[in-house]
Ligand binder design. Structure first.
Ligand code: UD1
Length: 407
């Protein structure tokens, strides 16, 4: 695959996670050069020393391009960040790295604030010190909290209705970013508020890797592959078309395309200050509609039981995407059936996610399993330097790794 060479080098934080890895595919195929950073708190690492995390090896296989460098590094470590920024001249940063589990955030809020808010502060300090002032921030519809009108526009207030610490970290970061843009000219920061990203790269080579899923689509695919006996439909007494919760599901590759389009914009002269866009499909589907669409798209039956509601779930939530559509000229193109078929393609080829390949015989999926060496400079300063170092906090408290997807 050939891609036009771009003069721009992009730093991607949280690169090995679900959204990060799919965006990397789009960035690399669009010709951007990329330095990837991840603390691997929730990524499956390469099975040989000094190799890339499994997801990043596969990104390279899909695109036929190499990352310029990969650093296993934590955003809260200012020294490491300084080192990385000293080695590379970045045009912009795409910032995915974040803890994202709603339930866990209620149990260990300080870790969420330290990781998400603190990590972003360190990143911004380092960016400013190196005069890198273009940023795309991975935000979430969770900043809207319980919606007061539908479809939700970017003008809907944020923060006030947030129902959990995870959501508040995204809200607080957005406030910090707004203040920063107001305080100094030259910053160009765009926050992309995701609705419910699902699906996988159509190849089935990368996808969402969950041990124990919290969200609907990974749960459905694990039922389909036999890792879970049945789906729990969490409530049938919502004020919706069939009583089950309604959400706005967006194909992960449409979401990824939205990042590249945004990046193209913020690299243009004159595209400055604070901007925010919803990235969703603009349509709501119920849980029962998701089940029936999945069954039709894949031919795999999904047994389910109606169970009690999960605490904090809202009735319905879907996006008004007209702002992104007009300002960015972005529109999602994949259907709900595509989302289901691609999720299933990934899960059926990788029943245990990336772990099957990283821990197995290396033959899974036709994907090259030989180690992909990290560029020497990156190994020296990133991977090797960090091996054996303690994580930013003690994750023994969390017994569900999926909860802490880099996102
Ligand atoms: C969740 C997160 C939100 C995050 C978003 C990203 C929670 C409470 N919220 O939102 O912060 O930004 O994902 O995708 O985790 N459902 C079932 N059975 C299940 C799982 C879910 O019936 O096993 C239902 C839920 O009740 C809901 C719908 O499926 O109606 C979607 O749930 P989920 O995929 O967890 O997404 P959100 O709750 O919208």
């Amino acid at each position: 695959m050939t891609a036009p060479v771009s003069p721009h080098l992009i730093l991607v934080t949280g690169a090995a996670g679900y959204v990060g890895s799919h965006c990397l595919v789009e960035l690399l195929t669009s010709g951007y050069d990329v330095v990837a950073l991840d603390n691997c708190i929730n990524a499956v690492e390469g099975h040989l020393p000094d190799t890339l995390p499994e997801s990043l090896q596969r990104v390279q296989s899909i695109t036929g391009r190499s990352l310029l460098a990969y650093y296993k590094a934590d955003l809260n470590n200012a020294t490491e960040l300084e080192d990385i920024f000293s080695k590379h001249r970045f045009s912009a940063v795409v910032h995915f790295a974040s803890l994202k589990a709603v339930g866990e955030s209620c149990k260990i809020p300080l870790e969420y604030y330290r990781n998400n808010v603190g990590g972003t502060m360190t990143l911004l300090d380092t960016m400013r010190a190196h005069s890198v002032r273009r940023l795309i921030f991975s935000s979430s519809a969770t900043v809207y909290g319980t919606p007061e009108f539908l479809p939700i526009t970017e003008e809907h207030h944020t923060g006030r209705n947030c129902t959990n610490p995870y959501g508040r970290t995204k809200y607080f970061i957005e406030e910090i970013l707004k203040d920063l843009c107001a305080s100094e000219t030259g910053w160009s920061i765009t926050s992309l508020r995701y609705f419910n990203p699902v699906g996988a790269h159509p190849s089935g080579i990368i996808g969402e890797d969950c041990k124990v899923p919290n969200n609907l689509m990974p749960y459905i695919t694990q039922v389909a592959v036999g890792r879970q006996p049945f789906l729990k439909v969490l409530g049938k007494d919502f004020k919706t078309k069939d009583g089950t919760g309604v959400r706005d599901y967006i194909h992960i590759m449409d979401l990824a395309a939205g990042h590249v389009i945004t990046l193209d914009k913020i690299l243009q002269e004159g595209w400055t200050g604070w901007n925010v866009y919803n990235l969703g499909a603009g349509t709501g589907y119920s849980v029962l509609e998701m089940i029936s669409t999945f069954e039709e798209a894949t031919g795999v039956p999904i047994p389910y039981k109606i169970c009690d509601r999960r605490c904090g779930d809202v009735d319905e939530l879907w996006a008004d995407i007209s702002k992104a559509s007009s300002a960015l000229n972005w529109k999602p193109t994949r259907s709900l059936a595509d989302m289901c078929a691609h999720s299933w393609n990934w899960q059926s080829k990788n029943p245990m996610g990336y772990r099957s390949a990283a821990e197995g015989d290396g033959s899974a999926n036709g994907v090259r399993q030989s180690p992909v060496k990290v560029p020497d400079a990156a190994v020296a300063s990133g991977v090797k330097a960090l091996n054996g170092k303690s994580k930013s906090f003690d994750r023994e408290v969390n017994n569900n790794d999926e909860d802490v997807t880099v996102f």
